[in-house]
Design a binder for this molecule. Structure first.
Ligand code: SF4
Length: 595
């Protein structure tokens, strides 16, 4: 089998989740991942494509999916059989703080001479903690690491030392790689300036045909699957931007966090025509929806118009996000270009005051006008997302949000329209590092339980999500956040059933799951109060089968987020056709470049 220069490993949130009894709660109900957070970051695909384009061989191994799909999957044996020049591990989202570091430890034990590279937003934030760990050799900081990763991996592939002597030639080479954090032979950490921060996304390519080629090359489909249910529902992401113009208080992807962590002063946008091409490329092998990350209006109306013109006539499902209310006529243009579009809006709260305190700039009245226009223009569906755990938000305010959802459902379903679907979930498990709240919790009325990487790692092993939460607020403590989330989920589920947007048997099953989760959560509270450690462990172990059952889809059924597909997900023949075409193009390029 082909060897590789770099193997990118994606860990589960908690490494040994298969043996642990943890009630994860509704932390991942509204994302494609399970609570193990098995979806790897989009940067894996852009880094892999970029390095491959420059002559290196990269393999993605989603250990989290492998572990989920096969209870007997032997991580250590699988890792022992991999022999790349370097391993890359993402610690992008902080909920991977446990799994990512444990995987690094295993890799280091099995391959002591192979460098281990960390990257991602949380790695950037905690780069000094990470570089002092013996299982980590390098950290690449920043929101854009394709360039530094290429230089670093070329250095490693040419036999460069991971920890060179101070002032040696190798040390000078490492010192010249932007964004890199490394150690010398004396274990002294070096933090290179964060100077690689392209102001556009022209050099990256979100080209999933790389993934298809890797499946053939390594004869390994199971390891590149982005998340557990992907083969059944192959939703794919398209990246319009790195950075954001908005400043939502707890978001690690906000303007302020990008500035703090990555030195990014303004968002870097993908050219609208390139974004359209990215989506069309996905459409060549997949019937699944494409989710455009970032509101296409963020870069201005001209950007949105250019994109819509470039994508015009694309008939497969596309999800678009709204970060602000839209001007009149916007959705008519969207509908002309993308006849199969779905709209995603995170209102957070029904209350303008709470929403403004979070950082969203619009009023309920303004967004309702946008909603009406989207529906009138013919969107396939309109998802509304609300959150618990916000600044200025009390238990009663959460229930007020559910009442508002009832009014919205009533208003549209009375007219026979079941396309508006509200969802509610907690801000969980962590307030993001780098966000305004994480940096100055008191000012925003938050109390943080964890600050360091190690504290977050330990928190992830707590027996229920209440104890994993790294915060509580002046307005709700952790008990109230948990109670309001379950109660809001319960009431909203019943409202959806009453208004016919969720079928009765699905709603009944969700209601039973919520009741079970509440009972389990209370039982775990009682177990946590047991002072004898062995008895506590034994009681938790005994709860594991019930906890595992309660861990999938708590406050809603994950399938509620899916749009119906005309044909089944991935078209294997088309995928093979893409691979062959790409190879032919590659051979043609190689022969043109030959001397
Ligand atoms: S949550 Fe707010 S700050 Fe974060 S990416 Fe979305 S709009 Fe931007």
């Amino acid at each position: 089998m082909a060897s590789s220069d770099l193997v990118l490993l994606h860990a589960p949130s908690v490494y040994d989740f298969r043996g642990q009894s943890i009630l994860y709660g509704p932390v991942s109900d509204l994302v494609p991942s399970t609570p193990v957070f098995e979806m790897y970051p989009i940067g894996f695909t852009t880094i892999a494509e970029y390095l491959e384009r420059h002559g290196l061989r990269v393999r993605i191994v989603n250990l989290a999916v492998r572990m989920l799909q096969d209870p007997r999957f032997d991580v250590e044996r699988h890792l022992a059989n991999l022999n790349p020049a370097a391993f890359g591990i993402d610690l992008h989202w902080l909920p991977h703080a446990h799994g990512a570091i444990e995987i690094a430890r295993v890799v280091k034990r099995l391959h002591p001479r192979t460098p281990v590279i960390f990257g991602g937003f949380s790695s950037t934030y905690f780069h000094l903690d990470l570089i002092q760990r013996p299982e980590v050799d390098f950290v690449v900081r920043g929101d854009s690491t394709e360039g530094p990763m290429l230089t670093l991996n070329q250095y490693i592939a040419s036999g460069g030392a991971a920890h060179p002597a101070p002032n040696s030639v190798a040390a000078r080479t490492l010192a010249s790689i932007p964004n890199l954090v490394w150690r010398d032979t004396d274990n002294h950490p070096h933090v290179n300036p964060l100077t690689y921060s392209p102001d556009h996304l022209d050099d990256i390519l979100l080209d999933y045909s790389y993934v298809l080629k890797a499946v053939v090359r390594y004869r390994d489909l199971a390891s590149v699957i982005p998340f557990h249910a992907w083969m059944r529902y192959p939703i794919t992401a398209a990246l319009s931007v790195r950075g954001c113009r908005y400043n939502c208080a707890t978001c690690g992807g906000s303007a302020c966090a990008y500035n703090n962590l990555h030195g990014r002063r303004r968002p870097a946008y993908r050219k609208p025509e390139d974004l359209a091409n990215d989506i069309r490329r996905v459409g060549r092998f997949s019937q699944g929806p494409v989710f455009i990350l970032g509101d296409i209006r963020q870069a201005g109306d001209e950007y949105a118009d250019r994109f819509l013109e470039a994508i015009s006539g694309y008939k497969k499902p596309v999800f678009i996000e709204l970060f602000d209310a839209t001007p009149p006529g916007y959705f008519k243009k969207v509908a002309r270009a993308l006849p199969n579009f779905t709209v995603e809006i995170s209102l957070e709260s029904h209350d303008d005051h709470v929403r403004r305190a979070f950082g969203r700039p619009y009023t309920t009245a303004a967004i309702e006008r946008s909603m009406d226009e989207a529906l009138e223009a013919g969107c396939q569906r309109l998802d509304l997302f609300f959150m618990t755990g916000l600044r200025e938000q009390t238990y009663d305010s959460v229930m007020g949000t559910v009442d508002y959802c009832g009014l919205v459902l009533k208003r549209y379903t009375a007219a026979g329209d079941t396309r508006v679907i509200p969802f509610i979930s907690p801000l969980a498990p962590f307030v993001d590092p780098g966000s305004r709240v994480f940096e100055d919790p008191q000012r925003y009325g938050y109390r943080l339980f964890c600050r360091t990487l190690e504290e977050h790692r330990q928190a992830l092993l707590a027996p229920s999500w209440k104890y994993v939460l790294n915060y509580e607020t002046e307005w709700m403590n952790r008990d109230e956040i948990v109670a309001s989330t379950y109660e809001a989920g319960r009431r909203l589920n019943l409202l959806k059933a009453a208004h016919g947007v969720v079928e009765a048997p699905v709603a009944q099953a969700t209601d039973r799951r919520i009741a079970k989760a509440v009972a389990l959560s209370q039982e775990i509270d009682r177990v946590v109060a047991i002072t004898h450690p062995e008895e506590r462990r034994a009681r938790l172990r005994a709860l594991k089968p019930e906890v595992d059952n309660a861990n999938l889809s708590t406050v809603c059924d994950k399938a509620e987020l899916e749009v119906p597909l005309r044909q089944t997900g991935v078209n294997v023949l088309q995928a093979a056709h893409v691979v062959v075409n790409e190879w032919i193009k590659g051979l043609a390029r190689a022969s043109q470049n030959a001397p």
